[in-house]
Unconditional design. Structure first.
Length: 439
């Protein structure tokens, strides 16, 4: 796209300031089932997002095509959108931060691995899984996904920022049966360095993951000390942190509305906004062009700051935190690249003093069974009993109930796994003092 032409036209048509985002994505989606290709898709997309201030109001526009008419279309749409805007968000186009910590963790080698090599690996994995254990009855899918994103932001103040990312993941869904007991397990491997993927290790983890669930039964209904694995910790933490969004504070739907600089979690809990961590989700600016930094959100249980975009920060008289997210129709507050500071001890040490507890590895119904406004939740779960400091028999068809505020205030310890999730959160297992488990 002719970026210069867009800004010239924006000025000519009376826009006070303007911003242009060009995002190009490439993706590979492959999956196999029963020794046949189930899905094979190679796709390239482009999204052009534009914002501009016209007569003091912010207007938005977007296009999925990039040709000689795009600039004219975008400017016209911005003017029309601004004319009917009723948002209470402030109209701000950012001039730029004093300093940006630009780095790239884009792995050029990933694209040099042929599609045929990646597809063949799926058949190899499927075949190995079917032979991995006699109780494995089916492999519902084996998939490979690869994402490459090229994001460019420009504005009429001369700001030009670029960010390029890529990653891949393998996933499989395995089913095992013993008598009338049928269990399934999903295994995922995420990285952007293809050389780190080991198919044999992946197969073993997937096979072990489904076999160890067989024989699971409900446990007795009562209060137990509960341990959540890193993936479940990430899900619960993501739900909890929505209350730290200044958007929700403004709307009076936040659990943290009057809790700034006060305790919102156990002293064992330190949550970092960590976009500059050296991993495949590294991002040094937000969707408004504000520089990102690593900083504590919750430090030893005390809430340090809310997540802000430019509008919420200006209204509250604070500095923006680099959490503006362009949703195509407005700038919201986006939360990603979160790290739960790991503890000193490993998982075995975390559970060694638990006489009887529950280790939860699956939570179902997070969207329907968890109320982020009240913090109350009642979720179907599965996992394992903990007996005398060891992981014991599997449990399923259980329900865990409680409140997010109490849960995070009752965290007794955080393990040291530090696992990166597909959500971009980096988390560890946590030990919660007590939760109601219904069998």
């Amino acid at each position: 796209m002719n970026v210069k032409k867009f800004f010239e036209l924006a000025k000519e048509k009376g826009l006070e300031a303007a911003e242009l985002v060009i995002q190009k994505n490439k993706s590979i989606e492959m999956s196999v089932y029963d020794e046949s290709v189930e899905k094979y898709t190679l796709a390239s997309t482009i999204n052009v997002l534009a914002r501009g201030i016209y007569k003091g109001k912010m207007g938005f526009a977007m296009s999925e095509k990039d040709d000689k008419t795009t600039a004219q279309y975008l400017v016209a749409q911005i003017k029309m959108s601004a004319g009917v805007s009723e948002t209470e968000d402030l109209s701000i186009i950012f001039e730029g931060s004093p300093k940006y910590r630009k780095k790239s963790f884009f792995n050029k080698e990933l694209a040099t691995i042929s599609e045929s090599t990646k597809l063949e690996s799926l058949f190899t994995i499927e075949k190995a899984l079917k032979k991995a254990h006699p109780l494995i009855t089916s492999v519902s899918t084996v998939q490979y996904s690869e994402i490459e994103s090229d994001y460019k932001l420009f504005n009429s103040y001369g700001l030009k920022l670029t960010n390029k990312q890529n990653y891949f993941y393998y996933g499989t869904w395995v089913v095992a049966k013993e008598g009338d007991d049928v269990k399934s397990h999903v295994e995922v491997f995420l990285d952007n360095d293809y050389s780190k993927f080991d198919a044999d290790t992946f197969v073993k983890k997937a096979a072990d993951g489904v076999i160890e669930k067989l024989g699971g039964k409900p446990c007795a209904t009562k209060d137990y000390p509960v341990v959540f694995n890193p993936k479940m910790t990430a899900s619960l933490l993501a739900a909890y942190l929505t209350s730290a969004s200044a958007d929700r504070v403004e709307k009076n739907t936040s659990l943290f509305a009057d809790k700034l600089n006060e305790r919102v979690a156990s002293s064992k809990v330190t949550v970092l906004d960590a976009p500059l961590t050296a991993n495949l989700f590294y991002r040094y600016f937000d969707d408004e062009g504000v520089a990102k930094t690593n900083k504590p959100i919750i430090k030893n249980g005390i809430l340090q700051t809310f997540f802000h975009n430019l509008s919420t920060a200006t209204k509250m008289g604070v500095e923006p935190t680099g959490h503006g997210r362009n949703t195509g129709g407005r700038i919201s507050v986006g939360i990603s690249n979160i790290t739960l500071k790991p503890g000193r001890n490993d998982f075995d040490t975390l559970i060694k003093d638990i006489k009887e507890g529950v280790f939860i590895t699956e939570l179902m119904g997070l969207h329907s069974g968890l109320n982020t406004t009240s913090g109350d939740f009642s979720l179907q779960a599965a996992g394992f009993m903990i007996r005398d400091g060891k992981v014991a028999e599997p449990v399923n068809l259980i329900t865990v109930a409680g409140n997010l505020v109490k849960l995070f205030n009752d965290v007794k310890a955080v393990a040291n796994e530090n696992e990166l999730q597909l959500s971009s959160y980096t988390t560890s297992s946590i030990l919660v003092k007590s939760l109601k488990i219904a069998g």
